[in-house]
Design a protein around this ligand. Structure first.
Ligand code: PGA
Length: 253
């Protein structure tokens, strides 16, 4: 049984003071929800504050990105051991990083190897753009992102990886994929590609999240599908009631 996971990607939102307020509003209701892994991914600058606020809770903390090198002359970047100091999770290869900051399957792969080396749980994002979706290229694109992004990872570490399928056309648009469409991509494209890399058992252990305009009102539809193991939530993770409701909906008795 794969434990459901719901992660909130705050993106470039919230000052440290605002982050403190947001965590204060969500901490106890989230803490009461058992049977779901809960993760908050605030901006780097708020990680230290949020980490201390989450101490003693079962709410995990994640960074939104990191560099693949361990240290050195990389102005503006954040190293894996800096992330590790506060976080258990790290988002890798988000489509916004791919679209605006030159992230490629190769850099995703390097970051993933480093994350595993440092004992972090990577949440690796894949997903096709609107053009690719409309041209019927979803399978080809997502398959390539999985095969290239996760290449060379030892099967023994496969279960530590979390994949998030986030069709770019659904991110921040209010136009979520249907649960059926997302589940089909998870089942027919992502898990088979993972099986080729890690074997059937290895692939079965990997959680595949859906992301893209998940809200409190559509969350249960996604979670009713067997191959949707949770959600990566953007906009709605900034609204405490919404995020708590989404997390609650992910629970599988
Ligand atoms: P959204 O973002 O929920 O605002 O669509 C999802 C994501 O980018 O992870």
């Amino acid at each position: 049984m794969r434990k459901p996971l719901v992660a909130g990607n705050w993106k470039m939102n919230k000052t440290v003071a605002e982050a403190r307020d947001l965590v204060n509003m969500m901490k106890s209701p989230l803490g009461e929800l058992t049977g779901v892994e809960k993760v908050l991914c605030p901006p780097y600058i708020a990680l230290m504050t949020v980490a201390s606020m989450l101490e003693g809770t079962d709410i995990g903390l994640g960074a939104q990105d990191m560099h693949w090198e361990e240290k050195g002359a990389f102005t503006g970047e954040v190293a894996p051991n800096m992330v590790k100091e506060f976080c258990k999770y790290v988002i890798i290869g988000h489509s916004e990083r791919r679209a605006y900051f030159g992230e490629t399957d190769e850099t995703v792969n390097r970051k993933l190897s480093t994350a595993i080396k440092f004992g972090l749980t990577p949440i690796v994002c894949v997903g096709e753009t609107l053009d690719q979706y409309e041209s019927g290229l979803t399978e080809e694109v997502v398959r390539r992102q999985i095969k290239a992004g996760l290449a060379g990872i030892d099967s023994a570490n496969a279960a530590k990886i979390v994949v998030a399928y986030e069709p770019v056309w659904a991110i921040g648009t209010g136009k979520a994929s249907s649960g059926e469409n997302a589940n089909t991509v998870h089942q027919k494209v992502i898990r088979p590609a993972l099986s080729e890399l890690f074997g059937v058992d290895g692939a079965e252990a990997i959680r595949i999240l859906y992301g893209g305009s998940v809200t409190a009102s559509n969350a249960s539809e996604f979670f009713s599908y067997a191959d949707i193991d949770g959600a990566l939530v953007g906009g709605a993770s900034l609204k405490p009631d919404e995020f708590v409701a989404i997390t609650k909906a992910a629970f599988r008795p």
